[in-house]
Write a protein that binds this ligand. Sequence first.
Ligand code: FAD
Length: 267
Amino acid sequence: MYQFNYKRASSVADASKAVVSASDGVFLAGGMTLLPTLKQRLAKPSDVVDLQELNDLKGVKEEGGSVIIGAMTRHGDVAKNDIVKKRIPALAGLAAHIGDAQVRNRGTIGGSVANNDPAADYPSACLALGATIVTSKREIKADDFFSGMFTTALEPGEMVTAVKFPVPQKAAYEKFPNPASRYAMVGVFVAQSGGATRVAVTGAGQDGVFRHKGLEEALGKSLTKDAAMKVAVSADGLNSDIHASAEYRAHLIKVMAGRAAEKAAKG
Ligand SMILES: Cc1cc2nc3c(=O)[nH]c(=O)nc-3n(C[C@H](O)[C@H](O)[C@H](O)COP(=O)(O)OP(=O)(O)OC[C@H]3O[C@@H](n4cnc5c(N)ncnc54)[C@H](O)[C@@H]3O)c2cc1C
C-alpha cells in the first residue's frame, strides 16, 4: 500500500469538496473493492475520503412508487430490509447472493454502482428496473449512467447518494456465479412494468452491463423459458476468459434469462 491522506467526511458536501480539492482523491465506502486495490498497489490516490459516518446515506424508504436505497446501505441490509423484500423481492434476493457474508456486511450499493464492475449484480437491477442514480449533483437514469467497463457518468468529486428503483409489476434475477468469488459469470435481471419488458445482462459483456433487445422483445410476448431459449444470442462482444468462453456465456445468457422469466411469471 502506498501512503495517502485519510479523511473521515462529516457531510456529502464535505466529502465532495475533499475529493475535488485533492490532487487524486477517492471516496471510501465499504472498501471491499478499493482496499484490495490499494493493498495490491494498483492505485495510488493522494487522499482517501471515508463516507462511513454519513448516516443520512444509510437505509431504505418508499416514496412515490419507488424504493429508494441510500448509497451507504450495505448489501446485507438491503437483503434483510422489509420494504425491499415486500416491494422488490428480486432485489432483496440479488443482494442476498452478493459475494459472501463478509462482503455483504461491508460492501455498499453506492460503491457497487459507482465501481461498475462488469460482473457486479446491482448494475443489472438498475438497468432492468429503470432505476435512477441520485448523486450529489443531479439525477441520472441508469440507461445513461453505466458507460463501459468500470466506467460511469460520474464526474470527478460527484458522489452517488442513493438509488431510486421504481416498483415493478414482475421481476426476477438469476445468476450463474463464479464458484470462488460469487461474482456473476452471467447474471440476467428481467423486469416488467406498464407493458414494457426490460432485460439486463451482467458478467458477460466486454463493455460491462447491457440490455438485450432480442430477449426483451421475446419475453415481452411470452414470459417463458421457451421464449428465451429461441432468441439468438451472439457471442460477439462477450468476455472470454479462464472461467468461460464467449460462446458458453452466450448460452448462459439464454438459460439465465429463461430461469428469470419463469420466476418473474410466477410473481
Ligand atoms: C471476495 C469478493 C466477492 C465479491 N462478490 C461480489 C458479487 O458476487 N457480486 C457483486 O456485485 N459484487 C461482489 N463484490 C464486490 C462488492 O459488492 C463491493 O462491495 C463493491 O464492488 C464495492 O462496494 P464498496 O462499498 O465496498 O466500495 P469501495 O470498495 O469502498 O469503493 C469502490 C469504488 O467506488 C467508489 N465509491 C464508493 N462509494 C461511492 C459513492 N457513494 N459515490 C461515488 N463513488 C463511490 C470508490 O471511490 C471506489 O472507486 C465482491 C467483492 C469481494 C472482495
